[in-house]
Design a protein around this ligand. Structure first.
Ligand code: HEM
Length: 159
């Protein structure tokens, strides 16, 4: 996990975040806050005309919980995430910089609607933004199937 965080280039941010006295996870109010934000966030993702297509057939409650497990772990909470690391979970998805920014904007709205204050608001967004470099792809040829049975998931921007 330490190596993974170092690879993302967020080690310094997380270190700074916990040196404020309490870990980001605790300052946010723990798991109930992550659940509250992610409920709103995934409602927005599933309802979105473009990003929503990526989530067709994916159980919303499960993925919402997985996201809270994963971000909670990064923010210094319990290490209970049992899924794939994002680079492996998204290898078959064509994620452009524009798509990433749309998702990031919906996260920003969800944090604002959940009344998350500074500095936690910006720290959360900074951790999320660190994934851009590893998740976006230049071309669909850069996507790889996770399993033989996988389809490459590529949805064009809805008009
Ligand atoms: C536009 C960008 C993104 C899209 C379209 C997207 C879409 C998805 C989809 C469809 C899944 C379900 C995969 C499956 O179960 O087959 C998934 C899983 C997941 N995503 Fe994303 N995602 C994006 C960005 C991110 C980012 C930035 C993070 C982390 C900050 C993230 C964290 C996760 C995690 C933790 C899982 C669960 C992995 C597992 O349990 O195996 N995603 N994502």
């Amino acid at each position: 996990m330490k190596e993974y965080i170092a690879d993302l280039g967020i080690a310094a941010q997380l270190e700074q975040a916990s040196s404020r006295g309490q870990k980001l996870f605790e300052r946010l109010g723990g798991r109930p806050t992550l659940d509250r934000v992610h409920k709103i966030f995934y409602e927005k993702l599933y309802a979105h005309s473009w990003i929503g297509k990526y989530f067709e057939g994916i159980d919303r409650e499960l993925i919402t919980n997985q996201q809270s497990d994963f971000m909670g772990m990064l923010f210094g909470g319990p290490k209970i995430f049992s899924g794939r690391m994002p680079i492996d979970a998204h290898m078959h998805m064509m994620i452009t910089a524009e798509l990433f920014e749309v998702r990031h904007g919906l996260l920003r709205e969800s944090l604002a609607e959940s009344k998350i204050n500074e500095p936690e608001f910006s720290e959360w967004l900074a951790v999320d933004a660190a994934f851009k470099r590893i998740l976006i792809k230049k071309s669909v040829d850069d996507c790889k199937k996770r399993f033989n049975t996988d389809d490459i998931v590529n949805h064009l921007k809805a008009c």
